[in-house]
Design a protein around this ligand. Structure first.
Ligand code: MOS
Length: 693
């Protein structure tokens, strides 16, 4: 059948939407299993030291308690290389909140109650959780997240800064922040006949399988991971964390009964990763006409002493100036292991860089939109490669026009509305077009006229169920109703995870490849034979990879109101215009961008994990203390995109959109806050006290 209306780009409703609204879509903990044993983790109450005694007598005496799992009776792991995952292998404690055991019981309530009755004694050692830049023991990582070089230098930065007509030297900081997806992390583990089944809330079933296989020394084929729906992850479900290991260990003890573990919100503040705080010193020089001559971006961030994670904070700065230096240094502390949180690197790094850009524009006497346009590089300054497409200027122009930028008086404190000072600000967004290796897709043409599309992809709430069905239908030249998609299961062809905004790009490329192979064997005009046709496709080699610099871009505009007597900060208006290649689904895609911008507003005004140095944990480890925006905090958020054609990135011409929306939002809000009040806030979150002078 020939389809005439273009499927790609259409605002198609989520195909699993009704199932979700009815509560029929199964999330990890909801999969029906027979007589599960419930697991409640035991967490260390010291930040460093060792466990010297465990008395589980009282806990074991509680009704319904099945077992207490500790390092004394836990299964030995085949690999202890990953110190975050190799739990219960020794009495050593590396951070407060680390999993040191678990109580197994017939009900979740009994497990939780009994967990409080396990008496633990410790021999503590003096811990160090003090994150600051003046430390003498900063460490240079071998590389930073994403496989980027730790430090890069091009040109004589010091010379260029020394001779700059306009010079900025300022320090920007972002706090530790925690991923808080709506669905808490949850795992059901079942051992039977030396095979392990995991119903796990994850961003990638195959990534979980491979990681758990290495840990338990198993053939990956003997592990089956199932996850049709995930209630958000923001990176914290990108790779398995300690709870998956604890659930699997518990299941080993009670086999063949299933073990079920659902983290509490508070536990998520210790064991599923978080964004490091950053301290960013930025020096920027320009000539008298406002052309940047040099940038230096030096970042200090924290990692855990037991496992390194180095956020790539200064990497986006490498896209900026012909003469530049970027460095990353780590403070190794007795803290939980940091990891991915939506746009690791870009989100904090573009806060520092884009506030600095605003300050430079003002110092040069230029409009911040004009200043950015004036400093657009022709080619990627770091690699010298041409951009596959770079439409930041188009986004800035379109956004400025739609936001009413021309009516803006550039002077701070120029706009007032009763007791409110009103300001507007702008910042750029950018995110790399990454690719992950390995995804494959199988398409089966069935004699009933339907096309089954099989790939172990993940839908973490993004709309992947829908957009992958669109991509398949479009590539096959059939209606969406003729396509039956299966995802979220390791029995399906290998798929990389939903990470680095690569999901649709990688899975979609494999599906398009499979569809092309199928159509080569079975043209649309031919009837489907009785035995059906099955083909498997993979991500085709991209001849432009390594030849071109591939990134998405965007421009974000914010209106901020600051109350003159209370300092209260409101954001009535956000507008983001993005350049993301071809949009696959206008509805779910817009939701991704708006969601990112909402999280950016959250980063700007609310999120801040506060460490208690005496004990080494995050004290505001719940939604009473850790603020994220509610509806009342959000005014108008609009996201749109320009018509961008990029034939180089992948067969769909699409760029990732999951992370781009959070990048730049906080800077736009900080810049608008300065325009409103004349007060420059360089540290997140922007709380009302910053405006009380
Ligand atoms: Mo994303 S933070 O790469 O899951």
């Amino acid at each position: 059948m020939t389809v005439t209306t273009p499927l790609i780009g259409a605002p198609i409703d989520r195909i699993e939407g009704a199932e979700k609204v009815r509560g029929a879509a199964l999330y990890a903990a909801e999969h029906p299993v027979d007589r599960p044993v419930y697991v409640f983790p035991l967490q260390s109450r010291i930040a460093l030291g060792r466990i010297t005694g465990i008395d589980a007598t009282e806990a074991m005496a509680e009704q319904g308690v099945v077992d207490v799992l500790t390092h004394e009776n836990a299964p030995r792991l085949a690999s202890t290389q990953d110190a975050e995952l190799a739990i219960l292998q020794s009495p050593e404690v590396a951070f407060r909140g680390q999993f040191i055991g678990g109580v197994l019981a017939e009900s979740a309530e009994a497990a939780r109650r009994a967990a409080n009755l396990v008496r633990l004694s410790y021999e503590p050692r003096e811990h160090d959780v003090s994150f600051h830049a003046a430390r003498a023991d900063l460490v240079k990582p071998d590389e930073v997240n994403g496989g980027f070089q730790t430090d890069t230098t091009d040109g004589d930065v010091d010379d260029a800064l020394a001779s700059a007509a306009v010079l900025l030297d300022a320090t920007y900081t972002t706090p530790q922040e925690h991923n808080n997806p709506l669905e808490p992390h949850a795992t059901i583990a079942i051992w039977s006949d030396n095979e392990l089944t995991l119903y796990d809330s994850t961003q990638g079933v195959h990534w979980v399988r491979d990681s758990i296989a290495a840990l338990f020394g198993m053939d990956p084929q003997r592990i089956h991971v199932v996850c049709p729906h995930t209630g958000g992850g923001f990176g914290s479900k990108g790779l398995p964390h300690a709870h998956v290991v604890l659930a699997a260990m518990a299941a080993q003890l009670v086999a063949p009964r299933p073990a079920k573990l659902v983290l509490t919100r508070q536990q998520m503040f210790s064991v599923v990763g978080y964004r490091t705080g950053t301290i960013q010193r930025i020096r920027m020089g320009s000539d008298a006409s406002g052309r940047l001559t040099a940038i230096s971006h030096d970042v200090v961030e924290q990692t855990s002493r037991i496992k390194e994670f180095a956020e790539q904070t200064a990497v986006p700065t490498r896209l900026m100036s012909p003469t530049r230096r970027t460095t990353h240094r780590l403070v190794e502390l007795d803290v939980p292991v940091p990891s991915w949180m939506r746009a690791p690197g870009e989100a904090p790094g573009m806060f520092g860089l884009e506030v600095a850009m605003d300050e430079m524009a003002i110092a040069c006497g230029l409009d911040p939109v004009e200043f950015r346009i004036r400093n657009e590089p022709e080619t990627d300054p770091e690699t010298g490669r041409p951009f596959s497409s770079r439409n930041l200027v188009a986004c800035l122009r379109e956004g400025a026009q739609r936001f009413g930028w021309a009516e803006r008086d550039p002077a701070p404190r120029a706009h007032r509305d009763g007791p409110w000072l009103v300001g507007t600000g702008v910042a750029a967004s950018t995110y790399p077009v990454f690719s992950m290796p390995g995804s494959r897709a199988t398409i089966q043409a069935r004699p009933d006229g339907r096309y089954r599309v099989l790939i172990g992809a993940a839908d973490i709430g993004t709309g992947a169920w829908t957009s992958l069905t669109q991509i398949a239908a479009d590539a096959l030249g059939v209606e969406m109703s003729e396509v039956v998609l299966s995802i979220g299961d390791t029995d399906l062809p290998y798929a990389s995870g939903a990470g680095g905004s690569t999901g649709i790009l990688c899975w979609g490329s494999a599906i398009v490849d499979a569809a092309r192979r199928l159509r080569a064997e079975l043209p649309s005009s031919s009837p489907i034979p009785d035995e059906g046709v099955e083909v498997t496709g993979a991500i085709p080699d991209n001849p432009y990879a390594g030849q071109m610099s591939m990134h998405s871009f965007g421009a974000q505009f914010a209106e901020v109101r600051v109350h003159t007597s209370t300092g209260e900060v409101r954001v009535p208006r956000l507008l983001g215009i993005f350049a993301v290649g071809r949009m696959i689904n206008a509805k779910t895609g817009r939701s991704q961008l708006i969601g990112g911008m909402t999280m950016g507003l959250s980063m700007a005004l609310h999120e801040h994990s506060v460490v208690d140095h005496r004990f080494g944990h995050v004290v505001n480890h719940d939604f009473a203390g850790y603020h994220i925006p509610v509806n009342a905090d959000i005014g108008s958020i609009e996201a749109d995109w320009i018509d961008e054609h990029d034939p180089y990135v992948n067969p769909m011409g699409a760029k990732g959109i999951g992370e781009l929306g959070i990048v730049g939002t906080a800077a736009a809000i900080a810049n608008a806050g300065h325009h409103a009040t004349g007060i420059r806030v360089r540290d997140l979150p922007i709380t009302l006290d910053r405006f009380l002078t």
